[in-house]
Design a protein around this ligand. Structure first.
Ligand code: SF4
Length: 380
C-alpha cells in the first residue's frame, strides 16, 4: 500500500530568481482548468479511494497562490480520493505573500495539520535579491495567522549562501526564525540552476556567488544556532525539534513508495519510478481528454537501487544499512562499496552506529564528495 502522496500546485505570484521548480504565474482561467484536471487525476489514479495515507504534502509552486474557493475545491477533491490513516501528517506549503486569515483557517479546518512557510530570509535586501514577493514583516504576520488558525506544527524554509550575504546576517535570520517558535526549519544552500535568472547573472559576471569556505561556515552556523535551540539536524538541510521530523520527506529518503499528482510530479511504487509531464498546459489537455499525464517510466535495476539507497540515505542522520556495504555475495558492487566505505571511515568522514553507516559532522560538510566516492565504489 502506497502511504505517501504528493500534490503539485504550479502557480506563483512571480518567478523567484533562483527557482527551477515547475511553476508559472498565477492565472485565474488556467488555474481553474488545472484544479479540475488535478481532481480528475486524483480520482483516476486512486480508483475508489487511496487507503491508509500516512503523509500528504501539497507543494509547488505556491499552493496559497490559489483563491480560497480553489483551495476549498482542492481539499474536497483530496477528501474524496484519499483515506487518511489516523495521525497522518498533512502538509501544505504557504508563501507569506499569499496567505491570509481566511485561507489559513480553511486549510486547518480542512484537515491540514502542518504548514511549511517559505520565509527564506529575514533581511529585506536579501528577499529583494532573491525576487521574493514578500517582506520580512510578512513572515511573522503569516506565522501569527497560522497560529490563530490552530497550526502548531510549523516549518520555516530559509536559504543561505546568497551573493553578498554576511555570516552575521545569516545568523540573525536563523535567530529571527527561532523567535517565531517553529517546530522545524529547513536551511538550504542557494544553488545556481541552469536556465534561471540567477544563472544568467552569475554567468555574465554581474554577481558573484560567495566562496566555498564562507558557505561552509554558514552551514556550520545553522548547526550551531539551531542545535543550541534544541533542533536536531536529521537531514543535511533539515532541522527539527525531537518528534517533528517531516515524515513525508523521511519517506523519500528512506525510499518509501509514494504517488505524485499534478504537473511534473514524480511517483515511486513497485520498483518503478514515473513522472508526469512538466508542461502545465499539456497536463491539463491530457486530463481533459481523460488520459493519464505520465511522461516517463523507468524500472530500476538492482545496481540503481543501491545507488539510490546511498544517494538518499546518506543525506540523513540515520544513514544507510551497513549490510549494503557488506553485501559482497555474487554482486561485485558490494566489494567496491565496502572498500570505499572503509576509506571514508578511516578519514573520519563516515562512521558506524547501530549497524548503520552514516556521515560524521565533517562528512556532512562535504557530503556531495563523500556520496560521490561511495558511488564510485559501487561502480567498480
Ligand atoms: S515561490 Fe517557490 S516555487 Fe514559486 S517561483 Fe519562488 S521559489 Fe519557485
Amino acid at each position: 500500500m502506497v502511504g505517501s502522496v504528493y500534490v503539485h500546485i504550479p502557480f506563483c505570484l512571480r518567478k523567484c530568481i533562483y527557482c527551477d521548480f515547475v511553476s508559472v504565474p498565477f492565472d485565474d482561467a488556467l488555474s481553474n482548468r488545472y484544479m479540475d484536471a488535478l481532481a480528475r487525476e486524483l480520482s483516476l489514479s486512486t480508483g475508489a479511494k487511496q487507503a491508509g495515507v500516512k503523509t500528504l504534502f501539497v507543494g509547488g509552486g505556491t499552493p496559497t497562490a490559489l483563491s480560497a474557493g480553489q483551495l476549498g475545491g482542492l481539499l474536497a477533491a483530496l477528501g474524496q480520493a484519499l483515506d487518511f490513516h489516523p495521525g497522518a501528517e498533512v502538509t501544505v506549503e504557504a508563501n507569506p505573500a499569499t496567505l491570509d486569515e481566511g485561507k489559513a483557517g480553511l486549510l486547518f479546518q480542512g484537515g491540514i495539520n502542518r504548514i511549511s512557510i517559505g520565509a527564506q530570509s529575514f533581511d529585506a535586501d536579501e528577499l529583494k535579491l532573491l525576487g521574493r514577493a514578500h517582506r520580512p514583516g510578512d513572515i511573522s504576520d503569516a506565522v501569527k495567522l497560522c497560529r490563530a488558525a490552530g497550526f502548531e506544527n510549523l516549518n520555516l524554509d530559509l536559504i543561505y549562501g546568497l551573493p553578498g550575504q554576511k555570516r552575521e546576517g545569516w545568523r540573525e535570520s536563523l535567530k529571527s526564525a527561532l523567535r517565531l517558535g517553529p517546530t522545524h526549519i529547513s536551511a538550504y544552500e542557494l544553488t545556481v540552476e541552469e536556465g534561471t535568472g540567477l544563472w544568467n547573472l552569475v554567468k555574465s559576471g554581474a554577481i558573484n556567488m560567495p566562496p566555498e569556505d564562507k558557505v561552509l561556515a554558514m552551514f556550520e552556523d545553522a548547526e550551531e544556532v539551531l542545535g543550541g535551540a534544541g533542533f536536531i539536524r536529521y537531514e543535511v538541510s533539515n532541522y527539527a525539534l525531537p518528534g517533528f521530523e517531516c515524515r513525508h520527506n523521511l519517506n523519500y529518503w528512506r525510499r518509501g513508495e509514494y504517488l505524485g499528482m499534478g504537473a511534473a510530479a514524480h511517483s515511486f511504487s513497485g520498483g518503478r519510478r514515473w513522472r508526469n509531464t512538466g508542461g502545465v498546459a499539456e497536463y491539463i489537455d491530457i486530463l481533459e481528454a481523460n488520459g493519464l499525464p505520465v511522461a516517463e517510466t523507468e524500472t530500476l535495476t538492482k545496481g540503481e537501487e543501491k545507488r539510490e539507497i546511498v544517494l538518499l540515505g546518506l543525506r540523513t542522520r540515520e544513514g544507510v544499512p551497513l549490510s549494503l556495504a557488506g553485501d559482497t555475495g555474487a554482486d561485485e558492487t558490494g566489494i567496491g562499496l565496502e572498500r570505499a566505505a572503509r576509506e571514508l571511515i578511516g578519514e573520519g568522514l563516515l562512521e558506524i552506529r547501530a549497524d548503520r553507516l552514516r556521515a560524521t559532522r565533517r562528512g556532512f560538510q562535504i557530503l556531495n564528495s563523500v556520496i560521490l566516492r561511495l558511488l564510485e565504489g559501487l561502480s567498480l
